[in-house]
Design a protein around this ligand. Structure first.
Ligand SMILES: [Zn+2]
Ligand SMILES: [Zn+2]
Length: 269
């Protein structure tokens, strides 16, 4: 893909550039920063406007609710909205209905009288038909296990991909470079890898690798300073940047809070 100056100029007139600049101002990984804001906004609108939306219910039902991180993020969002939990109750009502239906089917399984063959055929699980107990359990579990992915994760999948592409597209822009090269900004390892995955030419790839390399060497230096200056004779010389370096290293390897370090999009596809 080739991006010319007109594309970049057009992109910078859009809202995503405003969003990206905001993320670059925060420091750390700009992709994580945008994703954090984006999921927060998404949960707010989900609770305010879409708690009754059919397509939201269908997706949340398929995955039997959300992953652990998003379950508690949603709970926080409900609290922040000042709600007593009604939005969540409405959103999860259909899951409970489906669960009851499934459990009723499970508790009926195998209890059907042999003579009532027709009735037996209708039941979801049929112990006598299964080859053995293990395949009987498998049959049950295949009904019980959620089939979809968490709606929060699915939202982040889009946000991760969109925002990474925006950064790759901007690599030649001078204004972007001036901000991006700032030492306060550091792509987390996950997003650095994903950015490599999504780069479409060697020039862009080389640019991002060079910047990352010099920032990582600098960070390692600061952390070495932090360790070495624990010697009481040197303690007074410790800089702010050195004393915070271990936190930046944690964020580099583990991504920002609430953002899965394994990411949401696959690498190498
Ligand atoms: Zn990140
Ligand atoms: Zn999730």
């Amino acid at each position: 893909m080739n991006i010319d100056e007109d594309d970049i100029a057009q992109m910078k007139r859009g809202l995503s550039w405003v969003d990206l600049k905001q993320s670059l101002e925060i420091g750390g990984c700009p992709i994580c920063n945008t994703m954090q804001r984006s999921i927060e906004k998404y949960f707010n609108s989900l609770l305010w406007e879409y708690a009754l939306d059919v397509s939201v219910h269908t997706k949340n039902l398929a995955s039997f609710g959300m992953c652990n991180t998003h379950t508690y993020m949603l709970k926080e969002a409900e609290k922040t909205l000042g709600s007593d939990g009604l939005n969540i109750a409405v959103l999860y009502e259909t899951i409970m209905q489906k669960e009851i239906k499934l459990l009723k089917n499970l508790s009926n399984a195998g209890l059907v009288e042999e003579k009532d063959v027709k009735e037996k055929e209708k039941k979801l699980f049929n112990f006598s038909k299964s080859r053995d107990f293990e395949s009987y359990k498998k049959e049950m579990l295949s009904e019980l296990i959620g089939k979809g992915i968490c709606i929060g994760c699915s939202h982040l999948e889009f946000s991760e991909s969109f925002n990474t592409h925006e950064i790759v597209r901007l690599y030649k822009d001078e204004e972007f470079r001036n901000i991006y090269e700032n030492v306060e900004i550091l792509l987390c390892r996950r997003h650095f890898l994903y950015l490599i995955n999504e780069s479409w030419n060697k020039e862009a790839l080389d640019y991002f690798i060079d910047i990352q390399k010099s920032k990582i060497i600098r960070l390692f230096d600061k952390m070495s300073g932090f360790i070495n200056k624990h010697d009481y004779r040197l303690k007074s010389q410790m800089t702010d940047e050195e004393s915070k370096s271990w936190e930046i290293v944690l964020e580099y390897t583990g991504s920002k809070q609430g953002i899965n370090k394994e990411g949401y999009n696959n690498l190498l596809i």
